[in-house]
Design a protein around this ligand. Structure first.
Ligand code: 3HC
Length: 335
């Protein structure tokens, strides 16, 4: 059976009708949740990793009134995270509070504290969201350490885009594994409305309900997926991005023409090469590499993630996209 949103999409393909359908769905879930007894309410959130994703997650939490602790291993990383947040907040303030940009930014920043002390960061928190390096070992070490430091009711979530949530959760005790899930945000976090909630076989219903409720409270639309490679978005997006690079490698079309084609012919906000540069060629490479292991066990088709010489060459040369000043395109200002 078609879901309401899919049914309405079938009836009309205009963007405004789709947006209206999504908004209706969001408010109907919000109404449902406000009357459904669910897990405990999350008021304090701790985010590990002050990079682009972690900073974005801390920002949207703080903007919706959560008390946020942002933690990373160095003061420099935290300072960088706060800079990302301040820049993004002034962008938001231009629309929400054009007469008092500084006051708006200050008020939101007051909801964020920072620390390099991981144990202290989770002392009294209700939700941990981890957005650190995509290394299973480093993530497992962090969660294993936090398991004994956080209160028993605290929910642990990982923002991993390519690793198994179940394998990360197994670094914690049995009870915490019931309070463990994936919470996958999209870049740029302040602008992208979606959050994927990933349930492992151990994730309890009350954990899932709490995560759904807090996701809505921070103004995002949740979707749910099992713990499978790439979840929903990346499972579809990454093969499309890789196939675009193969097209250029074969000489079928230029990056510029493929971008124009997908923007004007398919209505995507960014063509695949602008998006590859935006996400980072290294990030896409890590995901594809990680999936090659899954292809060996039949979880994903091998052909989808075959290595691509052109991509590997650019990464080797340090051409990682916008952040390095060059990827498929050149950029004056690194982001
Ligand atoms: N902070 C705050 N607000 C921001 C922002 C930021 N960093 N970036 C964009 N915005 C806001 C703008 O202020 C604007 O708000 P408004 O509509 O209320 O005026 C809105 O977002 C649109 O921004 P712009 O007008 O500047 O520019 P565009 O209309 O070109 O949109 C974009 C920019 C939102 C990035 C759009 O191009 C887009 O959606 N691109 C695709 C991004 C995408 O696919 N992301 C997912 C990547 S995959 C991923 O993250 C998964 C991971 O696991 C790899």
């Amino acid at each position: 059976m078609l879901s309401p949103i899919l049914r309405s999409a079938t009836m009309s393909s205009t963007r405004s009708q789709l947006n209206a359908a999504a908004a209706t769905r969001l408010s109907s879930i919000q109404r449902h949740l406000s009357t459904t007894p669910s897990g405990s309410r999350i008021e304090r959130m701790t985010v590990f990793g002050a990079g682009l994703m972690g900073a974005g997650i801390a920002q949207v939490g703080a903007q919706s009134g959560l008390k946020v602790t942002l933690s990373d291993v160095t003061d420099k990383a935290l300072e960088n995270g706060l800079n990302i947040i301040s820049k993004s907040l002034s962008r938001v303030a231009k629309k929400k509070s054009p007469d008092d940009i500084e006051g708006f930014t200050k008020k939101i920043l007051a909801n964020i504290e920072t620390t390099t002390d991981a144990g202290k960061a989770v002392e009294d928190t209700d939700l941990v969201v981890e957005a650190i390096i995509e290394s299973i070992k480093v993530k497992r070490d962090l969660f294993g350490f936090l398991d004994s430091k956080a209160k028993a009711e605290c929910i642990f979530a990982t923002n991993t885009s390519s690793l198994s949530v179940t394998e990360i959760a197994e670094s914690c005790g049995k009870e915490r594994q019931e309070r463990f899930a994936g919470l996958h945000f999209f870049n740029p976090v302040p602008a992208m409305k979606l959050v994927e909630i990933i349930r492992t076989p151990q994730t309890s219903t009350s954990t899932y309900e709490s995560l759904k409720e807090v996701t809505l409270r921070i103004g995002k639309a949740p979707v749910t997926c099992n713990d499978t490679p790439g979840f929903i978005v990346n499972r579809l997006l990454v093969p499309y991005l890789l196939e675009s690079i193969r097209m250029v490698e074969r000489g079928d079309a230029t990056p510029e023409d493929i971008d124009t084609a997908m923007e004007l012919g398919a209505g995507y906000p960014m063509g695949p090469f602008k998006l590859l540069d935006f996400v980072g060629l290294d990030t896409t490479t890590y995901i594809a590499q990680g999936w090659r292991g899954k292809a060996a066990s039949g979880q994903i088709s091998k052909e989808l993630v075959e290595p691509i010489e052109l991509l590997d060459k650019l990464v080797k040369e340090g051409k990682l996209g916008r952040k390095s000043g060059q990827g498929f395109y050149e950029y004056e200002n690194k982001k």
